[in-house]
Ligand binder design. Structure first.
Ligand code: CP
Length: 320
């Protein structure tokens, strides 16, 4: 892996390999000294043009646990506010000597532009681009499902036959798209449950089945229910649903939580709108993996940085 731009670029074997390397990284987190020397001497830039809590901080923690130096760049407070372009920003950082870029950008496709341009030749990791993709979120979600469903014997395994229902604002969600590609690559069955106004207007979006009634979708007894955040900042008034109506029809309410099977996982990428798409009791339920997802995000991002910056995967391919 040189870059990680989209989960659609990952083969099944590559995706399972990332999850297996993440298992090794998770083991490091249990040690007294939670650090590996793998990226000593390398510098990673966190280039964030959009707000973030989980992704930015976990990429920083991941790089530091691999002994890399980290430069945190936030567009707010930088010369971007004076009109500096992405190209000039990246070339300015490149002049200081960097070995990898983690980028979050409001424009869909910005990470691919950066990876394919000749402005700088370093690995690029997409940390969320507009409404397009969020590949490390999907990888950490798959890692969390694999650990919960296969336990300690999860190495080498995919998610064959696992049924995942993704609920809510699919239209504006980069998490939904990256998850749909990756989960299907790993053998899972994906269903979207959403109102027509919050779905792409195509049959089987990203290869997923569709229900417009959450209760019908939940009656199919999925292994995983993943709630999506209502992304008010990306909607105009025509899309934004009436909150009370939305919760009634598509929220994981206390009543719907109580009716779920004992083994059904409740997932949310965060940040959550408690009381809108997910009730507090659902977020805090023992079946909820919300906090675990955050912890697993560090291990998965360690794996991605390690594979991208050491070129381990490329070396294996050229030796084969
Ligand atoms: N899930 C996610 O991307 O969260 P942040 O926006 O806090 O990074």
């Amino acid at each position: 892996m040189k870059h990680l731009l989209s989960t659609a670029d990952l083969s099944r074997d590559e995706a399972v390999h990332v999850l297996d390397v993440a298992e090794e990284m998770a083991e490091v987190a249990t040690r007294e000294v939670r650090k590996l020397p793998a990226l000593r001497g390398k510098t990673v830039v966190n280039l964030f043009f959009e707000d973030s809590t989980r992704t930015r901080i976990s990429f920083e923690a991941a790089a530091k646990r691999l002994s890399a130096d980290v430069i945190n760049f936030a567009a707010k407070g930088s010369s971007v506010s004076k009109g500096e372009s992405l190209k000039d920003t990246v070339q300015t950082l490149g002049a200081m000597g960097i070995d990898g870029i983690v980028i979050r950008h409001p424009a869909s496709g910005a990470p691919r532009v950066l990876a394919e341009a000749d402005w700088i030749d370093v690995p690029v990791v997409n940390a969320g681009d507009g409404t397009h993709e969020h590949p490390t979120q999907a990888l950490l979600d798959a890692f969390t499902m694999r650990r919960r469903l296969h336990g300690t014997a999860s190495r080498g395994k995919a998610l064959d036959g696992i049924r995942v229902t993704i609920v809510g604002d699919v239209l504006h969600s980069r998490v939904a798209r990256s998850n749909a590609w990756l989960l299907r690559t790993l053998g899972a069955e994906v269903t979207f449950a959403a109102p027509p106004t919050l779905l792409p207007a195509v049959d089987r979006p990203f290869g997923a089945a569709v229900h417009h009634d959450l209760d019908v979708a939940l009656a199919e007894d999925p292994d995983v229910v993943m709630l999506l955040r209502i992304q008010q900042e990306r909607m105009n008034d025509a899309f934004f649903p009436n909150p009370r109506e939305y919760t009634r029809h598509f929220g994981l309410t206390a009543a719907r939580t109580a009716a779920l099977s004992e083994r059904t996982l409740i997932m949310h990428p965060g940040p959550m709108n408690r009381g809108l798409e997910i009730a507090g009791v659902a977020a805090d339920d023992p079946r909820s993996t919300v906090v675990e997802q955050v912890a697993n995000g560090v291990s998965v991002r360690m794996a991605v940085l390690y594979l991208a910056l050491t070129g381990e995967h490329e070396a294996k391919e050229s030796a084969a």
